[in-house]
Design a protein around this ligand. Sequence first.
Ligand code: ZN
Ligand code: ZN
Length: 329
Amino acid sequence: MDTPSHLSVILDLSPTQWALSAQSTNPPGISLETFLSQLLAFLNAHIACKDENTLAVFGALPGESVLLYSSTGEVTASDDGPTDSNTYRPFKTLDATVMKSLAERLESFGDAAEEAPIGIVGCMTKALCYINRITSNTTAAGPNEDGPTASIDPRILVLSVSPDQSSTYIPIMNSIFSAQKLKVTIDVCKIFGADNVFLQQAAHLTGGAYVQVDRTDALLQYMMMSFLPPPAIRQLIAVPTQDRVDFRAACFCHKRIVEIGFVCSVCLSIFCQPVPVCSTCRTKFPIKTLQRLNASRPPAASLSSAPGTPARPLAHRNGTATPATPRPG
Ligand SMILES: [Zn+2]
Ligand SMILES: [Zn+2]
């Protein structure tokens, strides 16, 4: 319970989605400005909880992902403002650094006609690399008196406003597997817009919380109650859990989210229709199997029902509903 905690926050900074959120009246949205002021209060609370707590803030912008702040000091804070005796210095450094790097990024971002896909996955992988570095640093420091178990308790919090991008299914799943291996919990706070299928799965598979914010005027309260306590303490408090997780996957061939998929029995690649040859591992399937699977497919009209249908293996049914192992196709 007394271990320090690392928090990597991923901010979804899609200009389009934030503009929509600010204009939204039903349900009432939240502007980026209000969001940032509440976010800074939350980040200050995290570093105030324990002196050894560490923090990294990543910004997901269209087509790129950037580190906006890290408590190990990769992003230098300008310390030119007048010293305020009423402000706790780490708070001031944090706030100034986040706002300054954010302003720089948003300024350099021109109003391109078409918005590139938002860099959530890039932020996730950078956050995992960052966590891997700081955790291996603490273990490399040698076995201290507390033993090798005394390490930081890392987690990632994704603050999302953008819809799913089905093209990012494979990198997101690979990030989830890395997070599971590193024992990193991924929490997701959906501030605006419809549910994210892949982020729901990320939270579910890493033991994190997925919270859809119903009242944006209480955003800070949501964050404080759900995401401030480190995962070790959450067994003792009631953090909102998901009563229903959308387990749909995206096919490797068209990157579409599918309800019924066909899984290669050799490499576990997912396809939206039975294929004679797996495009990933080049395994050939018997023509009899293809005919049988094609015959058993429901008509196209009924495909929209029954979300969360487990994917079917192509060559044989193994009955497991584990997610397929994505790998580059
Ligand atoms: Zn497909
Ligand atoms: Zn295959």
